[in-house]
Design a binder for this molecule. Structure first.
Ligand code: GUN
Ligand code: ZN
Length: 446
């Protein structure tokens, strides 16, 4: 059991009513508990004096007075969640192109072919997870490549450090170099074998991962949908409506479908626990479809800016009420840092035309929520990750607002929580993350 005295940041409320809360003098107690004997969770969180008193009253055999780590001046916050990232694209970051399709062909497909090699996969997987931890990201839904070696390497590395990580074999059997395409039948067999090997083991989860419509044959999309029906609690991840040339290509491939998003629906790939990156150029019936199917949008602001893809419509998200959250989309995205992603989301919302701007979209509390509790909701993991609530996985960040002289000076002048969060979003980087605590799992326990 572990107890820390510090400020606590957590989230409450839904939709436009979401708010962040800061307990200046708080107490967080972490340990294993009966319903979850296999993993470390938050046992208690709240004001220091009352939480301590209640804990000691309820647990006379486990008084914690002498075991409290004092981190006064630090903020404990929920670990960040990245809803969409490509671990094989670390070596692609910062490769400019005129748009998505050129970028894929010129840089991305070349780098991804290297992941046929298990040694390369293991090396990059380890660096990727180091980087996530350094940036305070404790849960990620990530693409791998079309090689099973890339998937196994990432799961093995994440398991070794008790990280909550969701990934899957990238399905792509056409319109890409031979070394990157998988055999249609074999890719579906491999996906199922990988589900059986990894899904639900410790804190790992499997995501059926058709790359995007143009890279998958109808047979492969159909197989992915059938697999999804067979395994209702695995995740689904893909891309939709990112780029106008991509959309025109899908229209040529499926002229009979109402929209790009409808193609996924046709194959049974929209449902709970499905997350679609970008969702930029959708219309009202598409937004309704997202809501109806409980499908989430992964918003990728740095990627959308870098590749010149477009702007996410927050007003539509508010009006139609579908799930969404923030994502880095590295290597189209430019940074694994949630602070960079939140700041880019702010820039976009701040400069969006009024009809795309929702009341909350530029608010720092809401930006932070989209990368924590809101992202957890999009994953179907509300109450499991993304918040400092009893029962949540003990994935906790120790933030040091004094990490640099400028941060210290600026945050000391914050008059309220909005000003503090804004200063952290704008000036924050990996130096702000003093420690990343990952919930331990006890292997073999239920
Ligand atoms: N669409 C299909 N593949 C990709 C990818 O790797 N990155 C982005 N941003 N969009 C995609
Ligand atoms: Zn992507």
């Amino acid at each position: 059991m572990k107890a820390i005295r510090a400020s606590l940041l957590w989230f409450s409320g839904q939709g436009a009513m979401v708010r962040a809360n800061l307990e200046d003098d708080g107490l967080l107690i972490i340990g294993t508990s009966d319903p979850n004997p296999g993993r470390e969770v938050i046992l208690a969180a709240g004001p220091y004096q009352t939480t301590l008193k209640k804990w000691n009253f309820d647990h006379p055999d486990a008084l914690i007075n002498g075991h409290i780590e004092n981190l006064k001046g630090r903020i404990l916050a929920p670990g960040f969640i990245d809803l969409h990232v490509h671990y094989p694209q670390l070596d692609v970051i910062g490769s400019p192109a005129s748009g998505l399709l050129t970028w894929l062909n010129q840089y991305t497909f070349k780098q991804e072919q290297r992941f046929a090699d298990p040694t390369h996969s293991a090396e990059v997987a380890s660096l990727f997870l180091d980087e996530l931890e350094r940036h305070g990201v404790t849960t990620a839904l990530t693409f791998a490549t079309a090689h099973t070696a890339s998937v196994n390497a990432l799961f093995e590395a994440a398991q070794g450090r008790h990280m909550r990580l969701i990934t899957g074999l990238c399905l792509m059997d056409q319109h890409a170099p031979g070394g990157l395409c998988n055999d249609t039948e074999q890719s579906l067999v491999d996906s199922e074998l990988l589900i059986q090997r990894w899904h639900g083991v410790d804190r790992l989860g499997y995501a059926i991962s058709p790359r995007f419509v143009p890279s998958c044959s109808a047979a492969q999309l159909k197989g992915a949908g059938l697999l999804a029906a067979q395994y209702p609690d695995v995740w689904i991840q893909s891309h939709v409506a990112e780029n106008m040339d991509e959309i025109a290509w899908v229209k040529r491939l499926y002229p009979e479908e109402r929209s790009y998003l409808s193609v996924y629906d046709h194959f049974g790939l929209l449902r709970e626990r499905s997350l679609y990156a970008h969702c930029l150029h959708l219309d009202a019936p598409d937004f309704e479809l997202l809501r109806h199917r409980h499908t989430a949008a992964a918003i990728c602001p740095t990627s959308n800016l870098f590749l010149g893809s477009g702007f996410f419509d927050y007003q539509a998200a508010e009006q139609h009420g579908f799930l969404y959250g923030l994502a880095s989309d590295v290597g189209g995205g430019t940074s694994l840092s949630p602070f960079a992603t939140m700041l880019a989301a702010f820039y976009i919302a701040q400069n969006a035309p009024p009809h795309q701007r929702a009341a909350y979209s530029t608010k720092p509390q809401h930006l932070w929520w989209q990368h924590t509790a809101g992202a957890a909701q999009a994953l179907g993991l509300e109450g499991v990750v993304g918040n400092l609530m009893p029962g949540c996985d003990a994935d906790v960040l120790v933030l040091n607002p004094q990490a640099s002289p400028l941060l210290a000076r600026r945050t000391a002048q914050a008059q309220n929580l909005d000003e503090l969060l804004f200063a952290l979003i704008v000036l924050g980087d990996d130096r702000l993350i003093e420690r990343t605590l990952l919930a331990k799992t006890t292997r073999g326990d239920p």
